[in-house]
Design a protein around this ligand. Structure first.
Ligand SMILES: *[C@@H]1O[C@H](CO)[C@@H](O)[C@H](O)[C@H]1NC(C)=O
Length: 311
């Protein structure tokens, strides 16, 4: 497949997890900062600074964001990580590291290195010229230095140790790179590719730990069979419904990540690692939206709403 084909189909992949997943109010734990890595689910505008077509710095993105401005979040409003930040009593949003509108003092309480279109696999980011995971980690090292220069080593280390690290990626590796581009699918079976991705996740967590991280939430895949792209590709056979075989694939991959988390908890001293699985909750919201966001004066018809999820 030619690169321009890839970039034009990509926006269909972008899938925003719904904030109602995180309807907790203020949390008790002391977390001085939220530090984020991943793809469009958690990019707050890094791609605005990168020569890629995978961007969202135009309307109607951001129409419900403060000031109604398209920040580069692939969302009408805030992202899940923004809500998490607010719940910890920090800023109501997590700024993008490459956003020139923010500096180290802002990033000291939260920063995202994520890049829409990216994934675990270097080759995934390469497809659309976005920021690969290894480079996100390099940017994190740069952040770490700036933090030390600004606050002194002791304070910087303390922030980095007590911060909550969140990751969210994998969808672009599987949906885009494996299924829409030939290279990886010639090289690997899907099971082999999933093993490859999990080994990258494994190295990434260990690297992050070596750089000072202790509290890490490894995010799982969303219900990828419900992506607008999947519903469209299989429209003929599925009539616009979610493609269950892909949701099952995501569930299987999440099981592998969960096993990785159990393994690392045993192997890595003092790590507080959790697996964050939002698949079934998201699916429930997609299938029964009225249970979560009842809207006054809007008649709800189950048979309709099930086909209407298109953000
Ligand atoms: C991804 O690319 C970086 C930089 O070239 C390299 O260090 C790393 O080993 C690569 N990762 C994998 C899994 O190939």
């Amino acid at each position: 497949m030619r690169p321009n084909m890839v970039t034009t189909t990509l926006p269909w992949l972008l899938f925003t997890l719904l904030p109602p997943l995180l309807l907790f109010t203020k949390l008790e734990a002391k977390v001085p900062a939220i530090i984020v890595f991943g793809d469009s689910t958690v990019d707050a505008g890094n791609n605005n600074q990168v020569p890629t077509l995978v961007r969202s710095d135009f309307a109607p993105y951001g129409r419900d964001f403060e000031g109604g401005k398209p920040t580069g979040r692939f969302s009408n409003g805030r992202l899940v990580t923004d809500f998490v930040s607010e719940a910890f009593g920090l800023k109501p949003f997590v700024p993008a590291y490459l956003d020139p509108g923010y500096g180290i003092e802002d990033f000291a309480t939260g920063v995202t290195f994520a890049s829409a279109g990216s994934g675990y696999d270097n080759a995934t980011a390469h497809l659309t010229n976005v920021i690969p995971l290894w480079k996100q980690l390099e940017n994190f090292k740069d952040y770490k230095n700036k933090l030390s220069n600004h606050f002194g080593i002791t304070k910087a280390e303390q922030i980095l140790q007590e911060a909550l690290y969140m990751t969210s990626m994998g969808t672009n590796d599987i949906v885009l790179n494996y299924y829409l581009v030939p290279e990886r699918s010639i090289q690997f079976t899907i099971e082999g590719y999933e093993d490859f991705l999990v080994s990258i996740a494994d190295n990434f967590v260990v690297e992050l730990y070596k750089l000072g991280a202790r509290k890490i939430s490894l995010g799982g895949l969303p219900p990828i069979g419900c992506l607008p792209l999947m519903r469209t590709l299989f429209f003929k056979s599925n009539k616009g419904d979610c493609r269950e075989e892909f949701n099952n694939l995501a569930r299987n991959f999440n099981g592998m990540l969960k096993d990785l988390v159990s393994k690392l908890r045993k192997e890595v001293k003092d790590i507080k690692l959790v697996f964050s699985n939002t698949l079934d909750k998201s699916l429930q919201i997609i299938k029964s939206p009225h249970l979560y966001a009842p809207q006054k004066d809007v008649p709800v018809d189950d048979s309709e709403t099930d086909h209407d999820f298109d953000n």
